[in-house]
Design a protein around this ligand. Structure first.
Ligand code: DOR
Ligand code: ZN
Length: 358
């Protein structure tokens, strides 16, 4: 048996949804993560401090009694976001960051930003006040190949933006390409990237293995194997610019398995087991904590968590169910297609064990 104790992780990019779905999915994150940056792409999106406060309260109300979890709220930017209201929301602690969805890029992004020029004043203000900009980095031009949209976004939007406002803190979310990894490394430390669990485990072949597999479809879409290797190298490097954002994005099974299935993988339940598996494969278990628990808080200027989780490798694989049930139907859990042997002891279990055996 091999065991590893690490500072309790945070998830720097998470979709929690609302209502019955929120209640069903939240415990899978709050059992293992201390904090998460909560995406604002609800219908309607979270655009005001008041909406963020109310959503935060709904999340807290849905928490299982014994879980300690802090939701960090974000503001959904639109062409008409007002810099004053945004900076008030940031100063008041209602928003930790603002999210840029290029309009039409992904799920519930229709009211996103149609062109960055429309939010120039907002971006300047964010740079001034030190408010991080979280970016869904894909162009929306339908003539651009879906596998190239991230690389083209770097060239057309992100690189000019960083050159124009180098002091603006940017998180390039869920990067999927070697181009993105190289770009982030070439930038000042004001630019960071999140990497998901699934993009470390699957490549684009997985989506088409023996047929179309909707449960591996997400945006940005998984790329070629060489890109997955670049992501693995970045995640396991312990470089401060790379940290975990699972982008766990639950959708009902019926919406995934449809003629026009939605993008998003529900990875929260087995994220840590998957990550330990990946880091072990890369012989980098000693750098797992930097990726899951230290680099993110350092970038956001927050203290690391004071509790711990324990990862234990057992011969018996972790029994991950195929799905979770909600009142609206099942949600399929990410299947990494390999047995996972890393079992997770939650912060509560670790604390209890320490009490019994100090
Ligand atoms: O696959 C994705 N799903 N990518 C996103 O950017 C949004 C997310 C969702 O909200 O379902
Ligand atoms: Zn997302």
């Amino acid at each position: 048996m091999q065991a590893l104790e690490i500072t309790t992780p945070d998830d720097w990019h998470l979709h929690l949804r609302d209502g019955a779905l929120l209640e069903a999915v939240l415990p899978h994150t709050s059992a293992q993560f201390a904090r998460a940056i909560v995406m604002p792409n609800l219908i309607p999106p979270v655009r005001t401090a008041q909406q963020a406060q109310a959503y935060r309260q709904r999340i807290l109300n849905a928490l299982p009694v014994r879980h300690t979890f802090e939701p960090l709220m974000t503001c959904y930017l639109t062409d008409s976001t007002d810099p004053n209201s945004l900076s008030e929301g940031f100063a008041g602690g209602h928003f930790i960051a603002a999210k840029l969805y290029p309009a039409g890029a992904t799920t519930n992004s229709d009211s996103g930003v149609s062109h960055v020029k429309h939010i120039q004043a907002v971006l300047e203000r964010m740079a001034e006040i030190g408010m991080p900009l979280l970016v869904h980095g894909e162009v929306t031009d339908p003539d651009i190949d879906v596998f190239d949209r991230e690389a083209v976004f770097i060239e057309q939007v992100l690189s000019p933006l960083h050159a124009r406002l180098p002091q603006l803190k940017i998180v390039f979310e869920h990067v999927t390409t070697a181009d993105a990894v190289d770009f982030v490394r070439s930038c000042a430390s004001t630019v960071a990237a999140t990497i998901t669990t699934h993009h470390l485990m699957i490549n684009r072949n997985t989506i088409f293995k023996g047929g179309v597999r909707p449960h591996y479809y997400c945006l940005p879409i998984a790329k070629r194997e060489c890109h997955r290797q670049a992501l693995r190298a970045a995640a396991t490097s312990a470089e401060g610019q790379f940290f975990l954002g699972t982008d766990s994005a639950p959708h009902l099974q019926s919406f995934k398995e449809s003629a026009c299935g939605c993008a998003g993988l529900f990875t929260a339940p087995n994220a840590l087991s998957c990550l330990a598996h990946v880091f072990e494969e890369e012989t980098a278990l000693e750098r797992l904590e930097a990726f899951t628990s230290l680099n993110g808080p350092a970038f956001y200027g927050l203290p690391a968590n004071r509790t711990s989780v324990r990862l234990i490798k057992r011969n018996t694989p972790v029994a991950v169910p195929k799905e979770i049930m909600t009142p609206d139907g099942p949600i399929v859990i990410f299947d990494p297609q390999v047995p996972l042997h890393w079992h997770v002891e939650s912060p509560a279990q670790v604390a209890k064990r320490r009490e019994l055996c100090p």
